[in-house]
Structure formats: structure tokens, C-alpha cells
Design a protein around this ligand. Structure first.
Ligand code: ADP
Length: 450
């Protein structure tokens, strides 16, 4: 096992990793920008190192500063959290060259899944169903038109290096295809420095359902069920739940086993998520994330498995402590991502939290790093915290969530809590009757105007 872990992240995920380290008896090093000197993860870690000024590129993405911090504190492993350097294969490699363990998959798997065209090819090879689309990158408009005719409109142009919903454009017809290609390429080049794009059939009313996996890199891998993340805004998840209201046990076992088998074949190491769109009873692979995800607590609540703790164990060379038969799903869990944003315009609302009272009680978990008097800096993403609620049934879970949301007080800045209070009382949401465009339709239809 590791002796000392440096947590190369901030906010609630840094705290989440810290908690797992404490339980395992591993010493912790927090790193922070000058803007985060008062942050909770810095206060609770055994040691802390300032790694640069506020902009992420000079601090949380500053590889030389992170290496120096490992060197001076004697950390033997780095946990990257999510975002920042968590899916940077080169960072994992550089750490290896300096005899520091990266808590995540092997660099070649990060690299493979980071290129969505390669990831899709790998999925096909491993027997995972994919969205119909171009075989590889698109090189000319003529090529694009020919392939689009074969697949049929609407078509989605996607960036090979994509992430966070960027570099994605829909074309409803041949006339729109060339401008969609140009727009996606420009956006991809600006965001990722890579303008490679590919085509996919645009599914009109799918759900987003993803499978959580855990592997030990020795050929053992299990799945931990699914999360339904269909409630999205601008392709970003807002509400996640497990089990999905759209799946039964048979469908879950079938897709879960397909994915677990593929991970065994890859000898995948660590936690990962294989993401699908689900329409008319069929799954279509879209991408794999090779890191811990924001929404992982939903899975923890219904399996009682600490994903971060297991991630650290397998990274240190441990074997999977569980077989698929040991995994038991119980009850229902829902997570709301509470952001410091206006709940209607979604404009960021950084600033001082003058009053803070998180909800509690049976089945209620809040993963957050804020506190009363804390000032949310404007430099990073606006996630204020995650409210995760568990119940024996989906009905009980919704009942508790309604109560917990009403109890949650954050004063001084705007938050998306009013959005969740509206969602949890909406009939479609109560019935589990939604797809990936539902939330944008709800907002456009004035769902938040009362
Ligand atoms: P990113 O890495 O940018 O998050 P993903 O491939 O994971 O991109 O897709 C993000 C979201 O975009 C999905 O959850 C879904 O809402 C939408 N999306 C992606 N591919 C398709 C598709 N072929 N048809 C319809 N929607 C899609």
C-alpha cells in the first residue's frame, strides 16, 4: 500500500479522496493555488503545498510544480480526482518516470479511450455495441456527405478529442453538414488543439446510461451496475440516479457482463465508466471515462462499495476483493449537482457563502468542500456540492430528496437548488419518464418561470 498520496485536485473531490486515504491510514498532501489557500482540502490534509497562482494552467495543471511537490513531500502516489490531469496519459507516464504511482489506469488505456475514434474501434473489437457512424475521422466534405447519406439524417459531428460536450454539432440535412463540420472543427481546435472530427447518427430521444467498472489490471474486472444521467443541460449532467428507471435486472446483467468481459480482456486497471445512449431497448457506446466520476456516490449508495478506496487498493497492486456474485444492489439513489449558478440562466455566481446549512437525516449524504463564510472563487467550475439521497425504493428516495432539498440553505450566492426543487415535483421526473433533451425542453417551456 502507498505511504503518502498527493491529491492533485481541489473542491469536493479532493476532500472525497482525502477521506478514503484517512480510512486506509495513508498520509495526505494537498496542493492548492493561491486562490485556494483557505480551502477545506488544504485544512484537512496532513501537509499542503502551494503550486501556483489562481489560473488552473499555472497551478492544478502545472506538471513541473506537481512533480516538485511530490519530491519535497516524499509522496509515492498521486490521485488526480476528475477533470484537470485525470485523463492525461502523458502526466501518468511522467509520474512513472519519476517513480511516483498514478492512481488510475495504465497510460496506454487512458490514451486509447481519450481518442474517441480509437475508443469506438476498440469497443467494436471487444463486442460492445456502438452508435452507427463513420469508421474513422472525416477528411473531406464529400466523404462526410457520402457517409451521412448512408447513416441518415440527423447527423452529429463530434470531436475525436472531445469532452464536456464541446466540439459537437448537429446537422439536420445535407445543407447543414458542411457548416456543422466547420463549426465542430473550429471548436475542437480551440478547446483541444486537435480538429479531428467524426460522424455519428444523432439519436433523437435516447437516455444516457453508463456502466461503472472496476478492474485490477490482472484480468479481473466487475461491473457495479448503471447510472442514468439523462437529465442534462448542454450535454452536461445535472441529476444522476441508479438504478435507471428504464432498465430491468435482466437488461442490467446483460450490458454489465458485456462491459465487464471487455474490461477483463483489456486487463483494465482502476475505476472506469463506459457510457451509452439507450433508445428503444438498445445500447449504443459513446465513450469511456478512465477516472472516478462526479456521480460515483450514486453507485456507492446502492452497492456499499467505496469506489475511491478500491481505486487506491488496485492501483497499489491489490487484487479485486470482490467477484461479480459478491456485488448486491439495494434500493435507489439520486444525486443532484448543486452549482453556484443562477437556476434559470445558469450564469456562474461566485462569491461569499454567508449562511450554510446542509441537510441531514437518514439516507442523506452531502459531498461538498464549502462552509459558512467560504468564498467560491471565480476561477474554477461552479460545483458547490453534491446532494445524494438513498431510499429503499425510488418513491422513498424522491420523498427524502424533496425533504432534503427544502432543508438545504445556501445564502449569499445563487445556486441551482430551486431547479432541483422544481424537478423533484415534476410529474415526468417522478415517473422516470425523461430522455437527454427533456431538461432543455422543460427549461425552454418555462418550467422555472413560476
Ligand atoms: P463528451 O465527452 O463531450 O461529454 P459524449 O460523447 O460523452 O461527449 O456525449 C455527451 C452527451 O452528448 C451525451 O450524454 C448525449 O447527451 C449527447 N450525445 C453524444 N452522442 C450523441 C448521439 N450520437 N446522438 C445524440 N446525442 C448524443
Amino acid at each position: 500500500m502507498f505511504d503518502k498520496i498527493l491529491i492533485a485536485n481541489r473542491g469536493e473531490i479532493a476532500l472525497r479522496v482525502l477521506r478514503a486515504c484517512k480510512e486506509l491510514g495513508i498520509a495526505t498532501v494537498a496542493v492548492h493555488s493561491t486562490a485556494d489557500a483557505d480551502a477545506m482540502h488544504v485544512r484537512l490534509a496532513d501537509e499542503s503545498v502551494c503550486i501556483g497562482p489562481p489560473p488552473a494552467k499555472d497551478s492544478y495543471l502545472n506538471v513541473p510544480a506537481l512533480l516538485t511537490a511530490c519530491e519535497i513531500t516524499g509522496a509515492d502516489a498521486v490521485h488526480p480526482g476528475y477533470g484537470f490531469l485525470s485523463e492525461n496519459a502523458r502526466f501518468a507516464e511522467i509520474l512513472g518516470e519519476h517513480d511516483v504511482h498514478f492512481i488510475g489506469p495504465r497510460p496506454e488505456h487512458i490514451h486509447l479511450m481519450g481518442d474517441k475514434i480509437e475508443a469506438k474501434r476498440t469497443a467494436v473489437r471487444l463486442g460492445i455495441p456502438v452508435v452507427p457512424g463513420s469508421d474513422g475521422g472525416i477528411t473531406s466534405d464529400e466523404d462526410a456527405i457520402r457517409i451521412a447519406r448512408e447513416i441518415g439524417f440527423p447527423i452529429l459531428v463530434k470531436a475525436a478529442a472531445g469532452g464536456g460536450g464541446r466540439g459537437m454539432k448537429v446537422a439536420q440535412s445535407e445543407e447543414q453538414l458542411s457548416s456543422a463540420l466547420t463549426a465542430a472543427r473550429t471548436e475542437a481546435k480551440a478547446a483541444f488543439g486537435d480538429d479531428a472530427v467524426y460522424l455519428e447518427k444523432y439519436l433523437t430521444t435516447p437516455r444516457h446510461i453508463e456502466i461503472q467498472v472496476l478492474g485490477d489490471g490482472k484480468g479481473n474486472a466487475i461491473h457495479l451496475g448503471e447510472r442514468d444521467c439523462s437529465l442534462q443541460r448542454r450535454h452536461q449532467k445535472v441529476w444522476e440516479e441508479s438504478p435507471s428507471p428504464a432498465l430491468n435486472a435482466g437488461a442490467r446483467d446483460a450490458i454489465g457482463e458485456t462491459v465487464a468481459k471487455a474490461m477483463r480482456e483489456l486487463r483494465y486497471l482502476g475505476v472506469g465508466t463506459v457510457e451509452f445512449l439507450f433508445e428503444d431497448g438498445r445500447f449504443y457506446f459513446i465513450e469511456m471515462n478512465t477516472r472516478i466520476q462526479v456521480e460515483h456516490p450514486v453507485t456507492e449508495m446502492i452497492t456499499d462499495i467505496d469506489l475511491v478506496l478500491e481505486q487506491i487498493r488496485v492501483a497499489s497492486g491489490g487484487e479485486l476483493p470482490l467477484t461479480q456474485q459478491d456485488v448486491r444492489f439495494h434500493g435507489h439513489a439520486i444525486e443532484c449537482r448543486v452549482n453556484a449558478e443562477n437556476p434559470v440562466s445558469f450564469r456562474a455566481s461566485p462569491g461569499k457563502i454567508v449562511h450554510y446549512h446542509p441537510p441531514g437525516g437518514l439516507g442523506v449524504r452531502v459531498d461538498s468542500a464549502v462552509y459558512q463564510g467560504y468564498t467560491m472563487p471565480p476561477y474554477y467550475d461552479s460545483l458547490l456540492g453534491k446532494l445524494i439521497v438513498h431510499g429503499k425504493t425510488r418513491g422513498e428516495c424522491l420523498m427524502r430528496l424533496r425533504r432534503a432539498l427544502d432543508e438545504f440553505v445556501v445564502d449569499g450566492i445563487e445556486t441551482t437548488l430551486p431547479l432541483f426543487r422544481a424537478l423533484v415535483r415534476d410529474e415526468d421526473v417522478i415517473d422516470g419518464n425523461y430522455h437527454i433533451h427533456w431538461l432543455e425542453q422543460f427549461l425552454a417551456g418555462g418550467g422555472m418561470d413560476q
